[in-house]
Each structure stands twice: as C-alpha cells, then as structure tokens.
Design a protein around this ligand. Structure first.
Ligand code: AMP
Length: 408
C-alpha cells in the first residue's frame, strides 16, 4: 500500500514524502482511511508503530485551511509526549497554513496565552494546564470537531480521567473522536461508551505481543549486583544508544551517577527534575550528546526516540503492560533492537506475570565472565529468600567503583 492511495490531501502527502516515509505502517493503513471517512477510531497499537501519524495525517487532511478557533484537540498524559506529538504535527502540516499550539504545565503561561490569542487550529495539551486556561476563559473548545485521546490507559494510571471528562464536555457534541491505548481496562471501556460514537477498533497484531523485531532476554542477578552487571553489560554488549528504565527516581539518580562515574555519557529524566532539565536530557540524548538515557517509566512513556539500539530494564516492570511498552521502543517502526532485563530473585512474580501476559517464556541469559555471587538464580526452582553477599563500595573487575550515589 502507498501513502498516495489512502486519500490524503496533496499538501500532507508532500510532508510525508519529505520525511522519507516509504509506505504506511500497518496502523496507518488501517486507521487513516477510517478517520478520513469520519469514523470514530479506537487504536490499540503500541508505541513505535507510527500511531501519531495514523491520526495526525487524516485529521490535518480534513482540517483543510486555517480557520478561527481550535478545531482539533489532542490530549496527552505527559509533557514530553505533548511536545513530541506537537513536533510531529508541525512537520506533517509543513505545507499547509494550519497552526498547531502546545499547552502543558511546568512552564510559564505567557507564550501559551499569546498562542491561544493568535488562533490555533490544532491544540496538543496535557489535561491540567488546559483546564487552567479554560478556567481563565482563554480557550473555547466548542469548535473542536476532532478529539484525540492519546495513551488513554496512561491518562487513567495518572489519575487524569476526571479532567479528561471535564474537557470532553466542552468540546463540540458533533465531533469525531479517536482513542489510542495499548490496553483497554474497564475504565477506558466506560470512557469509550461515553465519549465515542459507534467506534471501529483498529488493532495491530495482538495487543499483548512484544515488537517482533526485538530480541529480549532476562539477566538473573542478585539485587546487589545489578549495578556491576549493568556496567559489565554496557562493556560487553555491542550497543549504540540505550535507555535504562528504573522503577524509582532514587534508582534512576543512582544509576545515572554510576554511569557518569564510569565515563558513560548519561542523562536522567524523572518527575522530580524540572521541565528544563528533562528537555535538556532528552534533546541531548536525541542529538547524541548522551549515549544513555536513564528514565523512570512515567517520564519516558511513549517518547519518540528513534534508533535506540538497546532498552535495559534495571528493574522488572511491575505491570506487564509496561514491559511491552518499554521494549516497544527499541524496534520502533520496524527497526531492530535488543531489550535486556535485570532480574533479581524478589522480582520472580513480576517475571511470571510478564510471561503469562505475552504468552511465552523469556530466555534467561548469563553474562560470560561476570563474577556472579549467587548462581542459584539460574535455577528458578531454588528461587526464594536470598542472603546476598555485600558488593557495595568495593572494586569489582577492572575499574568499576560502587561508591555511594553522588548527591545531586
Ligand atoms: P509513533 O509510534 O507515532 O511514536 O512513531 C514512531 C516513529 O516512526 C516516529 O519517529 C515516526 O516519525 C516514525 N514513522 C511514523 N510513520 C512512519 C512510516 N510510515 N515510515 C517510517 N517511519 C515512520
């Protein structure tokens, strides 16, 4: 299938061509014609499948010329996702007169107020800040005929659904609504029934499957050896750029400090860092100034980072959906990648949940030459309470130093 066969406007096709997209991804070939014909669409594709273009291209195509007041609203759970979706809209609308504005928290109100006054056709927003502007009377959503609820399951996780409902109530009743979500828990089903009309579901592959091009493996290790194993992996595995996911902000900070001490160019993003720091880290990683991005899941969810060669889970994700999401970011839009998960004995239940969720066993791998303190981990029958050997604050192998985490 070719982009030119989908029924998109010429100005949009020109942008797609300029971006070098050869052919539509599966979700794009499914969703674009449905949205163009006016249907409400539920997309259950995971991140990295080209889902932003799947809704942005047909909506921009239908918007046509610049008009007064916002006619399309895209709600995103995080600032980073909002920024990224905005960047995509701007690229796709390059050969049109359409204007796209960005509304998110953590920054001043001034520019956003000016943008709103100047008139935007498309608004990409996080719910909280949008409600602030609505409360001030700075924005009228009654002309919003295209509504997109992106990463709806994450908005639910983050407690945004009441805000989302308040916003939807202010949009035009006669509108086209698209909803994207990797999983459809009951609260999202309810939202779908309430906010959408006769939606078609566009499901790309099994909702639970991990990206097919990704090789993923588990590295069993004692909890206290996770840091040395991480460094050893970065030494031995051939990689170009990596995201390391941590469960807590504290772990993320200490892993970043460890990597920096060991001469890796690393940056960290999590919710305790300022918007400016997060942007600097993300842009630096995208530009290649940093080779490793350490992130908590919430901060990194759905970020469009192309060409990540490796995803490393420093902790086994608590929710199986997050595992699928995280490793979905290597292998984005059909590139290949590896996903490595460090797995301590206490995390066995989460591993079992992931394997049930994706319907297969993930290979356990032992790093050759690594000085494992506790090898019984490779025999899961023996997994149980551990008395791990202390490895903190000693040198292991050549040059690795595990001192206390740097104070930030
Ligand atoms: P998304 O799933 O929307 O986050 O998109 C993932 C990445 O794929 C982004 O970097 C897009 O620019 C890229 N992309 C989207 N559609 C295509 C396509 N048809 N061909 C190649 N790359 C694409």
């Amino acid at each position: 299938m070719l982009f030119s066969e989908l029924g998109l406007r010429a100005s949009i096709l020109d942008a797609v061509q300029e971006l070098g997209y050869q052919e539509p991804t599966p979700i794009q070939s499914e969703a674009i014609p449905r949205i163009l014909e006016g249907r409400d669409v539920i997309g259950s594709a995971q991140t990295g499948t080209g889902k932003t273009a799947a809704f942005a291209l047909p909506i921009l195509s239908k918007l046509g010329a610049h008009g007064p007041g916002p006619r399309c609203l895209v709600l995103e759970p995080t600032r980073e996702l909002a920024v990224q979706t905005h960047e995509n809209f701007v690229k796709y609308a390059k050969f049109t007169q359409l204007r796209t504005g960005l509304i998110y928290g953590g920054v001043g109100y001034g520019k956003q107020r000016d943008d709103l006054k100047a008139g935007m056709d498309v608004i990409i927003a996080t719910p909280g800040r949008l409600l602030d502007h609505m409360g001030e009377g700075a924005i009228d959503l009654s002309g919003v005929k295209f509504l997109v609820l992106d990463e709806a399951d994450r908005m639910l996780d983050m407690g945004f659904l009441p805000d989302v409902r308040r916003i939807i109530l202010k949009c035009a009743k006669e509108r086209q609504t698209s909803l994207f979500s990797a999983t459809i828990p009951p609260a999202i089903e309810t939202l779908i029934t309430w906010a959408m009309k006769d939606p078609v579901t566009v499901e790309i592959g099994a909702r639970r499957s991990v990206a097919e091009t990704v090789k993923h493996v588990l590295y069993p290790v004692a909890e206290l050896q996770k840091q040395p194993l991480l460094l050893a992996l970065l030494d031995q595995v051939h990689w170009e750029s990596a995201i390391v996911f941590c469960r807590t902000r504290r772990d993320a900070d200490s892993v970043e400090a460890l990597l920096c001490r060991n001469r890796h160019k690393a940056a960290v993003i999590h919710s305790d860092r300022s918007q400016k720091e997060r942007e600097e880290a993300l842009n630096g990683f995208k530009a290649g100034r940093y080779e490793v991005l350490v992130a908590t899941d919430i901060a990194a969810r759905g970020l469009d980072i192309a060409d990540v060669s490796h995803v490393i889970n420093y902790n086994v994700p608590e929710h199986p959906e997050d595992y699928v999401h995280r490793i979905g970011r290597t292998g984005r839009a059909q590139a290949t990648g590896d996903a490595l998960t460090l797995f301590a004995a206490g995390e066995a239940p989460q591993v079992a949940a992931i394997e049930r969720f994706i319907g297969k066993k993930v290979e356990r791998v032992k790093l050759p030459g690594f000085n494992y303190t506790y090898t019984a981990l490779f025999d899961e029958a023996k997994l149980g309470p551990l008395s791990e050997r202390k490895t903190k604050g000693v040198r292991i192998g050549k040059g690795y130093f595990f001192g206390p985490a740097r104070r930030r």
